[in-house]
Design a binder for this molecule. Sequence first.
Ligand SMILES: Cc1cc2nc3c(=O)[nH]c(=O)nc-3n(C[C@H](O)[C@H](O)[C@H](O)COP(=O)(O)O)c2cc1C
Length: 205
Amino acid sequence: MCDRETLEDSLYFRHACKRFDPERQIPEEELRFILEAGRLAPSSFGMEPWRFIVIRDPKLKEKLRPACWNQPQITDCSDLVVIAGQIAAVADPDYYGAMFRRRGLSEEMTQAYIERYENYIGKLHSLIGWVAKQCYIAADHMMIYASLIGIDSCPIEGFEPRKIDKILGLERKKERTTLLLPLGYRLQEPPEKKRRPFDEVVSFL
Ligand SMILES: Cc1cc2nc3c(=O)[nH]c(=O)nc-3n(C[C@H](O)[C@H](O)[C@H](O)COP(=O)(O)O)c2cc1C
């Protein structure tokens, strides 16, 4: 386990990196560690409604950039992780049934879970909204673990989802881009962190 000081440092080390060093590549092993942190992230009902598409091809990054408000992180990062939300899977009885069955519970318990799940997702106002929430948690896991090993990131919501899905050939009925996560190394030190005061944000009852 890390000591508290290291963890606290990582909270300040992590920032939304605006300029990545285009010359620096993340070593394979470290990239895999970050992706593993995403894979092991928690999700509602344990549905893991995500797929991580790692874009390294400079030409593909160039193609994506205009659909991402032309943000330089898209092309300058070492690896661009696209988090594709799995909207068809979470509504597919074969998929969610398997997700519950793998828990090894009794058939009765499994059926009770499935019923509760179907009832829950049936009432959701927006399925993609719910899927995206899970994807954001996975993204945060990746950002935290990246910062712990000295790797920078920037969550990117500034993009045109339809265009990105089209470029990547995603079937929109099946999966949709929820968030982009460029990873790499900073070119310059970040500005001082600006946050609302602790007592304004936290209350104890
Ligand atoms: C969901 C989400 C979407 C964001 N989208 C962008 C983006 O498109 N471009 C960008 O430069 N920063 C983006 N940010 C970064 C925020 O602006 C940044 O986290 C915030 O200003 C706090 O700064 P810090 O992360 O450096 O502490 C996004 C952050 C989140 C959580």
